[in-house]
Ligand binder design. Structure first.
Ligand SMILES: [Fe+2]
Length: 370
């Protein structure tokens, strides 16, 4: 078996240290003098946006694209693409959580593409290679979007949540600045952090994992397992480890894919508007039990090498963080469609144990009734 995935795609440059965000203007200027910066409301409220715009070197012009909140839709991507075509920036940057990063990544990636984002999402049509440099600076430690070629988009009109991917979507520059996590609410730390853990674990046990991605996943698992609890309790010193862990998990999943938790989380997220990380966290215990006998060697290896008992750790986090389950008691009117979409998902296809319709129904029962 080759140590490497079939095609290894990495960000061109990654800075990981406190204050790394201050390097954004200088390094972005290397791509050209005009930029478009996407951010969310919290970055502006925290004063981060004003600080960044106040520190621009002479000759650099930066326009701002404000994300209205929520998970990114195909419509929001098309609106930002129209702005990119109007402004013709030399680069696009995103400072924000996974939603802001995915929005800007897809908008930059599809800037010159002729069809709508919904078209590429539906028709599996070839995406023309992107040429616009994309810069990512995450303000949550979760999706790992800054390290992937993937953008997950929703289309409320078609009740669809599905990823777009292209090798050219990989960010050219990544800034991992733990100071950007300051002020992140505990519920967001929990949902994002549990998503990062699920991504590290599902990429570790994926059928498409390679020795390199396994190493990346294992590094991510141990970092996240050690840092998630402290960060949730307000220990800012854990932010750097969480950011690096979610980044490494992103690199791993971008090459090795995921598992049934993500296969299920997308159709549920499209219908119930539940934050992605929360949906993943709530799906995890039943999925771990479902996969247990097929991943016994992995669970044993993590316990032996790192003292990490995955099932105990997950149970401990859920007991401490107490995420409210918004699915419990909800009617499941289109269960058949949810099951079909879960089975068709590339994530489900990577699950270490083959997944049947009955299996998905049992996972849904655990989520909606227990
Ligand atoms: Fe995820």
């Amino acid at each position: 078996m080759s140590l490497l995935p079939p095609a290894l795609l990495l960000p061109q440059q990654t800075l990981s240290r406190p204050g790394a965000r201050h390097e954004l203007p200088r390094l972005a200027a290397g791509f050209g003098p005009c930029g478009l910066l996407a951010c969310g409301a919290s970055f502006e409220r925290s004063g981060g946006l004003a600080e960044l715009l106040g520190g621009l070197p002479g000759g650099l012009t930066v326009q701002v694209w404000r994300h209205g909140g929520g998970e990114p839709t195909v419509t929001a991507v098309d609106q930002m693409r129209a702005e990119i075509r109007r402004l013709r920036p030399d680069w696009v940057a995103a400072v924000g959580g996974g939603s802001v990063l995915d929005l800007a990544k897809a908008a930059a990636g599809l800037a010159e593409a002729p069809e709508t984002a919904a078209y590429y999402q539906t028709h599996n049509a070839a995406i023309p290679p992107a040429t616009l440099p994309f810069i990512a600076a995450p303000t949550t430690a979760g999706t790992g979007s800054e390290a992937t070629v993937v953008a997950v988009l929703t289309d409320p009109a078609r009740i669809l949540k599905q990823s777009l991917r292209h090798p050219s979507f990989m960010p050219r520059l990544v800034l991992l600045d733990p100071d950007l996590l300051a002020g992140c609410p505990p519920a967001t730390v929990a949902a994002a952090g549990l998503d990062a853990f699920v991504q590290a674990f599902e990429s570790y046990t994926s059928r498409f994992a390679t020795p390199l991605t396994r190493s990346l996943s294992e590094l991510a698992l141990t970092r996240i397992a050690a840092a998630l609890g402290p960060l949730f309790r307000g220990d800012a010193a854990a932010a750097s480890d969480m950011l690096e862990g979610s980044y490494l998990a992103g690199l791993a999943l971008s090459h090795a894919r995921l598992g049934v938790v993500h296969g299920l989380a997308h159709p549920l997220g499209a219908r119930f508007g539940v934050a992605h990380g929360l949906a993943c966290a709530l799906c995890l215990p039943a999925a771990l039990a479902f996969n247990r006998e097929h991943i016994r060697a992995d669970l044993d290896a993590l316990r032996a090498r790192h003292g990490l008992d995955v099932e105990d750790a997950v149970a401990g986090w859920l007991a401490e963080m107490r995420p409210v389950n918004p699915f419990r008691g909800q009617p499941l009117s289109d269960r058949t469609a949810i099951v079909a979409e879960t089975l068709a998902s590339g994530s489900t296809g990577a699950n270490p144990r083959p997944v049947s319709a009955d299996d998905v129904n049992r996972l849904l029962d655990a989520l909606f009734t227990e």
